[in-house]
Unconditional design. Structure first.
Length: 83
């Protein structure tokens, strides 16, 4: 529609573009750039291996991974790392 203004839903456009330049998919780049701490250094999260399977399934649900209820803990970890 002419004249219709679209607004970006990306919170950190600079980070989004940098991730896209590195080859990240649009979905993954947007998910990373829209986190509350977008653009800040992290590293304080608990390792996936130290989390329970239930915690990993919840994280997989938040990220939108399909088939998570049938995955083993190592499969969940791999899916989360590669999503």
């Amino acid at each position: 529609m002419p004249g219709k203004k679209t607004t970006s839903r990306i919170k950190n456009e600079k980070q989004y573009e940098a991730l896209r330049d590195k080859g990240y998919s649009k979905q993954k780049a947007a998910r990373i750039a829209n986190t509350p701490e977008a653009g800040k250094k992290g590293g304080n999260s608990e390792k996936y291996e130290d989390r329970t399977k239930k915690d990993l399934q919840e994280k997989a649900r938040q990220v939108g991974i399909k088939g998570r209820s049938k995955m083993s803990k190592p499969e969940l970890i791999s899916a989360l790392r590669n999503s």
